[in-house]
Design a protein around this ligand. Structure first.
Ligand code: SAM
Ligand code: SF4
Length: 325
């Protein structure tokens, strides 16, 4: 359905858990207290919400977290979601550490895309940034995923301290048929504690090795990335530049936290508690009607744009692992 600004909302980021097996410094650097199991939506509850979302025209789902693959049953849940009538795509974003084991089942279910988060190809720096992550494990998963024929994207947050990783990361798109996307650091949660780089700064560096980089107007996924092509690369270079190239006018997304809180915009803590509805004790039809009604209201009232440039207006105080990125 459309919001009051005329944008079509058809994409839901669904967080399975706030837990993670890494501690990325801009996301959840400390062992933050996780929400209790009771607070987290059960898979059947998430399916009720997805069914209501489908009825409203939301038919593309991104499975996120925390690290979604640390939750038991994540792959069967994705399989069941993919099999629901009307679902157009189910994609996953992961840090890649548990991906190799899950990959055969993901390929079998026909996953529509896998995004692997990877900010540095220097093993020491990667471990330092992620609180102990093992780069070789992620690279093995990336190689296997690329070889499997699945649509793979690498997502790297643009940090001042990983400036010299921009070219090595981009070279992944030369070696493998994968898109490499650079994400401007967003001032949410611990994102305010590090210094980021802009798309322009990264492009200057990239153009030294890829002088033919040319913008394309291809749409290659669910969202806001803009893409560049080079004859030297198999995949594209993408940017998700929320700070310097606002894309709110074409925003198509909602977010659901693992505790069932539906967020219309990353920047604000406004939203609706869908868990209360799915646990209301009403019959399935009534729950479906209630979900559709409050979700439709939340969609209609989705804010026109984020407020990253005015940090005193950011009312969201959750960390990214709680929101789902
Ligand atoms: N654990 C999974 C992963 O890392 O892909 C899924 C969840 S993670 C929160 C989703 C994405 O959000 C990752 O690509 C991560 O780099 C990104 N992210 C986290 N904090 C961010 C921030 N402050 N600014 C920009 N991207 C951020
Ligand atoms: Fe975990 Fe992903 Fe956050 Fe890193 S970015 S701490 S992998 S949820």
């Amino acid at each position: 359905m459309k919001d009051k600004w005329g944008r079509t909302i058809d994409y839901l980021r669904l967080s399975l858990t706030d837990r993670c097996n890494l501690r990325c410094r801009y996301c959840m650097p400390e062992a933050l207290a996780s929400v209790g199991h009771e607070a987290v939506l059960r898979y059947e509850e998430m399916q009720l919400i997805c069914r209501a979302a489908l009825a409203l025209g939301i038919n593309r789902f991104k499975i996120t977290g925390g690290e979604p693959l640390v939750r038991k049953g994540a792959v069967p849940f994705m399989q069941a979601l993919k099999a629901m009538e009307g679902v157009r795509s189910v994609t996953l974003t992961t840090n890649g550490l548990l991906l190799s084991d899950a990959l055969p089942d993901l390929v079998r279910m026909g996953i529509d895309g896998i995004n692997i988060s990877l900010d540095s190809l220097d093993a020491v720096q990667y471990a330092e940034l992620t609180g102990g992550g093992q780069l070789s494990v992620v690279l093995a998963a990336l190689e296997a995923a690329a070889a499997s024929g699945v649509n793979v994207k690498v997502n790297a947050v643009l940090l001042a301290e990983t400036k010299d990783q921009i070219l090595p990361l981009a070279a992944l798109a030369r070696k493998f048929p994968v898109d490499v996307r650079f994400i401007e650091l967003m001032p949410i949660g611990y994102g305010t504690t590090l210094k980021g780089l802009t798309e322009e700064e990264a492009l200057l560096i990239l153009r030294r090795s890829y002088p033919d980089l040319a913008a394309t107007d291809e749409r290659r996924g669910n969202g806001p990335a803009s893409y560049y092509r080079s004859q030297f690369l198999q995949g594209r270079i993408g940017f998700i530049a929320a700070n310097t190239h606002g894309f709110c006018s074409s925003c198509n997304r909602l977010r659901l936290t693992s505790t069932g809180f539906l967020k219309p915009c990353l920047c604000y803590d406004d939203g609706v508690d869908l868990r209360a509805i799915v646990r209301s004790g009403k019959g399935a039809d009534e729950i479906d009607q209630d979900l559709q009604r409050v979700m439709a209201e939340a969609i209609y009232e989705k804010p026109a744009k984020h407020c990253f440039a005015e940090q005193n207006r950011i009312s969201e105080h959750k960390t990214m692992n709680q929101i789902g990125g």
